[in-house]
Design a binder for this molecule. Structure first.
Ligand SMILES: *Cc1c(COP(=O)(O)O)cnc(C)c1O
Length: 351
């Protein structure tokens, strides 16, 4: 079966009389003893349905295992917990800033050592891999929209004995399957495209390595950063339409990127050619702030991957690195009519 079919059909109760079509929301703090579930922090049937569906999309024919978490950053923290004191994490200088802040926090407390790299410089990244225990990748990167050569970096990292993790939030499993390119772990902020409606926070880790899965499952059991059953249900409901939403957002983003490239006020358009995320660079922060405060349709908000178009000037956040231009606006293109999106956007740009 192809991904659009899988997204609709995987993670459902069996087709048997009186079974519901959708997995119910199981509200349970504990289970009657004697089975495998035991307690609400260890297992929940609504999580399991979501995990089966996301594992199926990331794993394809070869399959995979998935663990869901309370948020994307909860998943990130469990992965970074694989690294021992004084071991090196190679990470992008431009990445989701919650991840880079988490790395900096761990480093400041002597828990890990971090080497930041320019993801687009494959030779520099592969050289940095030599001392690494874990290589963190994000491609396309947030918000610079840079691409990494995942296969080449994974090969170098494995030669050095390091784990390779790819944050696949921007691309979604429909546009990129990092496990097939050599990643050991895929991390998602399911808050974004997977749930897709800006109404739930959730995260996930996907892997084909059963031993690694067991280690991470034990970490989740112990640390307790579990999703609520209703959140898992909403995320699964969102995942059913992921292929449709990604297709439409990508078509809109492609067209907006084309039009923006011809606009005299736009200094640079960063669009990797796939997906619904893009960044534009305007002349300065003031011009960018006028845009983000003047639109009617585009929502000024810090998230992405929802059905509604959103944008923000990333340097409004103190934690965003100074190598991100002051006038860079990150656009999360939604599924609205592209001409309405264009009219609203262009009205906020200098003519
Ligand atoms: C939002 C985001 C995260 C963090 O996810 P939360 O669900 O907000 O905790 C991680 N990585 C990327 C690329 C993101 O965009």
């Amino acid at each position: 079966m192809r991904p659009a079919t899988r997204a609709v059909h995987v993670g459902r109760p069996p087709h048997e009389s009186d079974e519901p079509l959708n997995v119910p929301i199981t509200m349970a703090a504990t289970y009657v003893a004697g089975g495998d579930r035991e307690y609400g922090r260890y297992a929940n049937p609504t999580w399991t349905a979501f995990e089966e569906a996301l594992a199926d999309l990331e794993g394809g024919d070869q399959g995979a295992l998935c663990l869901s978490f309370a948020s994307g950053l909860a998943a990130v923290s469990v992965v970074l917990d694989l690294v021992g004191a004084d071991q090196v994490v190679v990470a992008p200088r431009h990445a989701y800033n919650g991840t880079t802040m988490q790395l900096a926090d761990l480093e400041s407390r002597g828990r890990i050592r971090t080497v930041l790299v320019d993801l687009t410089d494959t030779a520099a990244v592969t050289a940095a891999c030599e001392d690494a225990a874990l290589v963190w990748l994000e491609s396309p990167s947030n918000p610079a929209m840079e691409l990494a050569d995942l296969a080449a970096i994974a090969e170098a990292a494995h030669a050095a004995g390091a784990y390779v993790v790819v944050d696949n939030t921007f691309a979604t499993p429909l546009l990129q399957q990092p496990l097939d390119l050599g990643a050991d772990l895929v991390v998602h902020s399911a808050t974004k495209y997977i749930a897709g409606h800006s109404d739930v926070l959730m995260g996930a880790i996907v892997t084909r390595d059963a031993e690694l899965y067991d280690v991470l499952k034990r970490r989740r059991d112990l640390l307790g950063a579990i999703p609520g059953p209703f959140e898992a249900w909403l995320a699964l409901r969102g995942l059913r339409t992921l292929p449709l939403r990604v297709e439409r957002a990508q078509a809109n983003a492609t067209e907006l990127a084309r039009r923006l490239r011809e606009h005299p006020a736009v200094v640079d358009v960063r669009y990797p050619g796939f997906g619904g995320m893009l960044a534009i660079v305007l002349e300065n922060a003031a011009v960018a702030d006028v845009l983000t405060h003047s639109t009617k349709l585009w929502v000024h908000a810090t998230s992405l991957g929802g059905v509604e178009s959103m944008f923000e000037r990333r340097r409004r956040w103190a934690a965003e690195p100074s190598t991100i231009p002051e006038g860079l606006v990150r656009l999360s293109v939604g599924i609205e009519d592209v001409d309405d999106l264009w009219d609203d956007l262009v009205a906020g740009l200098p003519s």
